[in-house]
Design a protein around this ligand. Structure first.
Ligand code: ZN
Length: 238
């Protein structure tokens, strides 16, 4: 553990046009990534295989709170490497350890293809802007769901890297959104919890339809039980 060295990662500003309310941002899919139907067979097969390893809605682990990482060892490094690979193969922009059934406070993200892959261990929100932004999000654990979610536009997060060194990350726009989405996962919170009851009903419908249509084998979870459609009740029970 390398003490108090702080790396401030100042991320470049994005043009405001990239964050308009109708921006088609799918948080766990790379912006501009081709729709699954347009993928070449190999990429699609890799994506389907990766998605099969991601826990889907209804799995109780998605409602669990992850535990702080205390050991920065080879096992942790392997875990992080695997998360990065799966996220990449799934064409995602972020992934939390809980989505793989691992109850560790670890997340990885890469909001834009040219960004480096960042792993945050034991991340904690230190500051959020009062300015909020609404943008569409999807989630690898919620097939077929795309909902508008309001979140702070900018965040500052304190975390550790895979070696235990302290980091401070400042982010805005899509990067800040992805970080917040993945942080939520570490506390058992899903985007369904951040939208209105009406929007949640629609999202559950979309998830059922995606499961029934199941155009790509492996991508979809079993159709959620309609009695589980109230994500709040689900959260309260967790
Ligand atoms: Zn997610």
């Amino acid at each position: 553990m390398a003490g108090e060295e702080i790396i401030s990662e100042q991320l470049p500003q994005e043009p405001s046009s990239a964050r308009s309310d109708d921006a088609d941002v799918e948080v766990e899919r790379e912006p501009g990534a081709p729709a699954p139907a347009e993928l070449d067979p190999e990429t699609r097969a890799r994506r389907d295989a990766a998605l099969r390893k991601v826990r889907k809605f209804g799995d109780p682990v998605l409602r669990a709170s992850a535990l702080s990482v205390e050991r920065f060892d080879a096992t942790l490094q392997q875990e992080i490497d695997r998360m990065g690979e799966l996220m990449h193969d799934a064409l995602g922009v972020g992934l939390a350890a809980t989505q793989l059934g691992i109850l560790h406070r670890v997340l990885v993200y890469r909001a834009y293809p040219d960004d480096p892959l960042v792993a945050l261990v034991n991340p904690a929100l230190e500051w959020t802007s009062e300015e909020l932004e609404v943008a569409e999000e999807g989630c690898l654990s919620l097939p077929g769901v795309h909902v508008d979610v309001e979140r702070p536009l900018r965040v500052r997060v304190r975390a550790q890297d895979e070696g235990g060194k302290e980091l401070e990350v400042e982010a805005e726009g899509l990067r800040a959104r992805v970080i917040q989405h993945e942080l939520d996962h570490l506390d058992g919170v899903l985007i369904l919890d951040r939208i209105s009851r009406e929007a949640r009903k629609q999202a559950m419908r979309a998830m059922r339809e995606a499961a029934e249509g199941a155009p790509h084998a492996g991508e979809q979870a079993a159709a959620p039980d309609p009695t589980e459609t109230d994500a709040r009740a689900d959260a309260d029970a967790a």
